[in-house]
Every structure is written in C-alpha cells, then in structure tokens.
Write a protein that binds this ligand. Structure first.
Ligand code: TYM
Length: 332
C-alpha cells in the first residue's frame, strides 16, 4: 500500500437507499482521486446507528455500498475500501477527540438540528449529537489531505479542521489539517418533487434511487416539478426544478451549465426531461449491472478484509502518535 501519495478520504452511511444525489455529489467523483491521491473510501456503518435502523437492513445496505463503490470504478489496488467498524481505531480516536470538542459548536451543527428537530429528548440518542466527532476521527486518522463530499457535509469537515488545529495548537503538529473538496456542479442535488429540499435517502417520489429500474427512473424524471417559464434556463430562485435537472444533466455529461443551456435553448420541457432521463438511464443501468456483478460470491468480503488491514496499518500509527502526545502510557 506504500504509494507515498497524499490521502483523499470519504465515506457513505449505510442508511436508507442511496440516491442520485449521493452518486453525483460523492460516489462518481471518488475514482477521479485515484491517480493523484490514495483514496481511503469507507462504509460509515457506525454512523448508521445514530438513528434507529433494522439490523438486516444495515447488513444489506453495507454490502450494497461496497458493491456501489466497486461499480463506480474504485479499484482495490489503487484505493483502500473498508468498513469503519472493522478498524477499531475510529472509535478509540473519537473517544479521545470528544474531549476537545465543545457542546456549543456541536449544537450548531445543521445536520444535528435538522435530524433532531422533530424528535423529543427521549428519541435523540447521544450518538446523533457526537456524530461529527466520530466523523473528525474518521478523517484525521489517515492524515487526510482532501475530503470529497457533497455540500451538506462541509460543516462537518470544517469542524474537523477546527478540532485538528485546536489539538495541534496544544500538542504540536500531530494531525494533518484536511481540506474539503466539493464538486463545482452537483454539490446539492434537490428533490424532484420539491426542489426546495435536498434529495435525501427518504423521499420515494422526489428521489431517484440507485437501484430504481429504468421505468421508474424515467417516470420520476418526466414528472419532476418544473415551472411555467417554459425555457431551459438556469435560475435557482425562479426555476429551481429546471435548474436542478440542468445540474443533473451537466454533472453526468461533464458539460457546463452554460453548455447545457445552449444545447437545449430551443427545447420544450418534455423534450429536455426525456434527454435527462436518457442520460440518467445510460449511466445508472450499466452501473447497476456492475453493482450486481460485484455482489456475487465472496469478492466483497475479500476487498473489505484487505481494506481493513491496510487502513489499520495507517490508523494504528496515528493513534499511537496521539496517545504519545497526550500522555497515555504505552507499554513497549
Ligand atoms: P451521507 O451518507 O449522508 O452521504 C454520502 C455522500 O453523499 C453526499 N450527498 C449529496 N450530494 C449532492 N446532493 C445531494 N442531494 C446529496 N445527498 C448526499 C454527501 O454530501 C456525502 O458526501 N457523514 C457522512 C458520512 C461520513 C463521512 C466521514 C464522509 C462519515 N465519516 C468522513 C466523509 C468523511 C454522511 O452521512 O454522508
């Protein structure tokens, strides 16, 4: 695994069904980091416990994400693909780091506020509150330089930076301070049924799920909420639905928004939507075939076993360094 490249690290939580938002904001971008960086890409299964989840669903989602990683083009020879819970250093570093995070900054985390808003105190587990500390541990364990994520994770990466800087200030240069990498186009894909809301794992009508069949994908795109303007023009305020479809088109075709606008300057919404549906299907259908292929046999277990070994090699060194810095006695 010694390739002397800097680390790019990211993860996906195995909750709910993965969406086109996860694909465009995160998944599809991971392989592009394989040349310049060494990607550490993991399944954030400990994070999945922060809200109630059915055990069988958690197990199946975990396998699904592993297969999605491989289907996206991540190569286990160039990337370290692993399961968070197989590398105990994540939990151990989080236990240490939580002492350096403040209640105030944790309470300001937008995701915590969003997810706990409709729950009463007896329903909000402590893990939901401390989640960003575990995420900080995930990142800094690997001397991570860059963290490719969608926009909704930016605040968590900023908190990670703050924690790393705070820790370094007190103990010397123990941690690499990571930077966030957010895609220029597609950093926040919106719901097709309500373009004022983010496409998230829990909205069956407004989400395109990565396992949806072709007919369902087409139906959802053709019935996406638009407006009365009748021109394919990018304006997130006045035309949020069309702008969202343009973003999806641009992200999957590698065209700029301006190029998409020019290409469909004379098209009506029906024609444009059909083109978006064609493009999404041309990407997702072969992706699903690759995903199914990787689920066969025990290939995923092999990849995860190899990945955990590689990850632990790096993580254990960082944890030793941390223990040394803060004064935890380590027997020789
Ligand atoms: P998660 O599982 O919610 O989402 C996985 C990735 O998908 C991106 N994403 C989106 N991008 C664009 N548009 C959308 N509608 C959209 N919805 C989701 C997310 O930004 C993310 O990149 N906390 C993380 C998992 C995690 C992690 C980490 C990530 C745990 N530790 C360390 C990076 C580094 C999460 O819940 O992502």
């Amino acid at each position: 695994m010694q390739d002397n490249k800097q680390t790019a690290l990211s993860g996906i939580k195995p909750t709910g069904r993965l969406t086109l938002g996860n694909y465009i904001g995160a998944l599809k971008n991971f392989p592009s980091f394989q040349e310049q960086y060494h990607p550490f890409i993991f399944i954030a299964d400990l994070h999945a416990l922060t809200l109630p989840i059915d055990p069988e669903e958690l197990r199946q989602n975990t396998l699904d994400i592993a297969a999605f990683y491989l289907a996206s083009g991540l190569d286990p020879e160039k990337s370290t693909i692993f399961l968070q819970s197989m590398v105990h250093e994540h939990s151990e570093l989080a236990t240490i780091l939580q002492n350096y995070a403040y209640m105030g900054e944790m309470s300001r985390m937008t995701q915590f506020k969003d997810k706990s808003r409709n729950l009463n105190e007896k329903q909000i587990g402590l893990g939901l509150f401390t989640y960003p500390v575990l995420m900080a541990a995930d990142i800094i364990l690997y001397d991570t330089k860059v963290v490719p994520v969608g926009e909704d994770q930016k605040q968590h990466v900023e908190l990670t930076r703050d924690l790393a800087i705070r820790f370094n200030h007190r103990y010397g240069d123990v941690f690499v301070v990571p930077e966030v990498s957010i895609p220029k186009t597609g950093k926040r894909i919106m719901s097709l049924s309500d373009p004022s809301k983010k496409m998230s794992k829990s909205d069956p009508k407004g989400d395109i799920f990565l396992k949806d069949d072709e007919k369902t994908i087409r139906k959802k795109i053709m019935s996406a909420v638009t407006d009365m303007e009748s021109r394919v023009h990018y304006d997130c305020e006045k035309q949020p639905g069309i702008s969202n479809l343009m973003t999806i088109y641009a992200s999957l075709s590698s065209l700029t928004i301006e190029e998409v606008e020019a290409k469909f300057a004379t098209s009506n919404y029906g024609t444009f939507k059909r083109e978006v549906a064609d493009l999404v299907c041309s990407v997702l259908i072969p992706f699903q075939e690759r995903y199914r292929h990787f689920l066969e046999g025990d290939y995923i277990d092999k990849v995860l076993t190899k990945g955990a070994k590689e990850a632990q090699e790096v993580a254990s060194k960082t944890l030793k360094r941390v223990k040394q810095a803060i004064g935890i006695y380590q027997v020789k």
